[in-house]
Design a protein around this ligand. Structure first.
Ligand SMILES: [Zn+2]
Length: 234
């Protein structure tokens, strides 16, 4: 996707995120890696009014906090940027205040291995980051820590974050996380879940690999493998 298409896909996903009930108003935000820049939704602008040129751009590895565009980036830009800096495999970050994930974050409950789909997030739990005010460096540090080895976390008394190699994948995980949060919440009302073991989660992760539910290999890996095979045969 070129720069314009990436910007348009951010807008399309924002509109879809609200239409599906995953997000309300402009509380959610989305960022996408575009080379050495991060594209991010602007602050407090109704998604229907957004044009591709309104999406803010921020350098990832230099000039921390600088931005380009007619509108200020989302106030949550620090954690979007710090996640992109800490996790080179991440191509997109989705943040929402989706209802059930937020309810669990208010109770400061992490999500345990109550359903095998938790394996899609990289392990047997989804942590809840400690509380810090929105838009702060403290919140960003808490989020990066809670995301270690995972593709999602809850943010205490706030909402949730999901990550993916692409925006489609990060958005798919956002829908899965809200579903998981809803299922876990309701299981607590009928006596609490029976949890899966670490071995059962590890087994599920292996299965996901064959169903293509895991991340694609980093760009270049497949080509390099083909090249080295060619070399061997030639
Ligand atoms: Zn938020």
């Amino acid at each position: 996707m070129n720069d314009f298409e990436l910007r348009q896909s951010i807008i399309d996903h924002c509109i879809r995120m609200n239409a599906s009930g995953l997000n309300q108003g402009t509380s959610g935000n989305i960022s996408v890696r575009a080379g050495d820049m991060m594209l991010i939704t602007p602050s407090a602008t109704p998604y229907e009014k957004l044009r591709p040129q309104d999406i803010a751009a921020m350098p990832i590895d230099h000039d921390y906090g600088n931005w380009e565009g007619p509108l200020k980036p989302s106030t949550e830009w620090p954690f979007h940027l710090d996640i992109m800096r800490a996790r080179p495999e991440v191509g997109a970050v989705v943040h929402t205040h989706s209802t059930f994930a937020t309810i669990l974050s208010i109770a400061r409950k992490e999500i345990p291995a109550c359903h095998y789909m938790i394996a899609a997030f990289g392990g047997s739990n989804i942590r809840c980051a400690s509380f810090a005010r929105y838009g702060t460096k403290e919140l960003s540090e808490a989020a990066v820590e809670a995301l270690e080895g995972r593709k999602a976390c809850l943010l205490a008394n706030h909402g949730m974050i999901t990550l993916g190699p692409t925006l489609d994948k990060a958005m798919w995980l956002a829908v899965e996380l809200e579903t998981l949060a809803k299922q876990y919440y309701h299981s607590l009302l009928i006596g609490g879940p029976v949890l899966l073991s670490d071995a059962e989660i590890a087994e599920t992760m292996k299965g996901f690999a064959t169903y293509g539910l895991q991340d694609p290999k980093p760009a270049g890996t497949a080509k390099a493998a083909v090249k080295s095979r060619k070399k061997q045969s030639g």
